[in-house]
Design a protein around this ligand. Structure first.
Ligand code: OOG
Ligand code: NI
Length: 271
């Protein structure tokens, strides 16, 4: 699969479960903008069958290089970001993994069991990220057990391998001058923002401002019953120039920490 087809397929699967992203993209286009993606984010577990070293493979093959590393102590996550070596328009890739060994034996064995159910060859396929939930049936009881310790783990159990969000490069929007204007436009169109840590995460001082809508939620058929669970969200980023005049390309861990919460069922319910 070539690079364009890969990203197109990733977008197709993402928007199928995140209709808000397609709606917003269309709204921006109707206003006269061309949409560029700043970055795409992916989640996984640090189990060696599916960790960052596995999920980065198709991107390395496309010409991406590892750049920054990020640590999230409370959420027990580690992340890396990748930039394309030559194509300056290629979206950056942000891959995080849940540090299983920092959780209870129960969580660790639950995740091992989930991964153990899967035909192991699936994990070796470079298209793993396009495969969604590769384990068959899911139980609400297991979902709740995971949720007690980690929202991220519970989300992964339901959503599997996919793009967790695409991110609109606000610098490149023609009809908006700031992230705040974008946020006001989204709210006026009925979208709910993630307000954890404030509507805008970051600042011009840290060279990156970010905001995101709350994740969509869709009805999921668990073994026991059907329940609405969060899928994915859409993010918006505005980057500021560094001393050398080029735009900052990295990520800010304190901001990312709050952006993760866009899939939090608690924020969904209270909004
Ligand atoms: C990733 C959250 C962090 C960013 O831009 O800081 C992030 C996630 O929710 O998986 O994307
Ligand atoms: Ni992001």
């Amino acid at each position: 699969m070539n690079t364009n087809n890969f990203f197109e397929e990733l977008w197709k699967q993402y928007t199928t479960k995140t209709p808000s992203a397609q709606k917003i993209k269309t709204l921006f286009e109707t206003e006269g903008n061309i949409i560029y993606n700043d970055h795409i984010a992916i989640r996984t577990f640090n189990d060696k069958r599916v960790n960052i070293d596995i999920l980065e493979k198709p991107f390395l093959a496309m010409g991406y290089k590892p750049m920054g590393e990020y640590h999230f102590e409370t959420k027990k996550l580690y992340a890396k970001h990748f930039e394309h070596e030559t194509d300056t328009e290629a979206p950056k890739i942000f891959i995080s993994e849940l540090l299983l060994e920092h959780f209870s034996e129960t969580l660790q064995s639950t995740v091992k069991n989930i991964l153990g159910q899967v035909d192991q060859e699936q994990f070796e396929d470079e298209d793993l990220i396009l495969k969604g939930r590769v384990w068959d049936s899911i139980s609400y009881e297991t979902y709740e057990t995971l949720l007690e310790e980690s929202e991220y783990a519970a989300w992964m159990y339901v959503n599997g391998f996919c793009s967790n969000h695409f991110t609109v490069d606000v610098n490149k929007l023609k009809t908006f001058d700031s992230l705040n204007e974008v946020n006001e436009f989204l709210k006026a169109n009925g979208f709910k923002m993630n307000t954890s840590g404030g509507e805008i995460k970051g600042s011009p001082e840290v060279l990156l401002e970010q905001s995101s809508i709350l994740a969509d939620a869709i009805e999921i058929a668990f073994e026991e019953k059907k329940e609405k669970i969060t899928t994915c969200y859409y993010e918006f980023s505005y980057r500021h120039p560094q001393d050398d005049g080029t735009l900052f390309k990295g990520f800010i861990a304190d901001s990312a920490d709050k952006i993760f919460e866009s899939t939090d069922m608690g924020l969904q319910k209270s909004s």
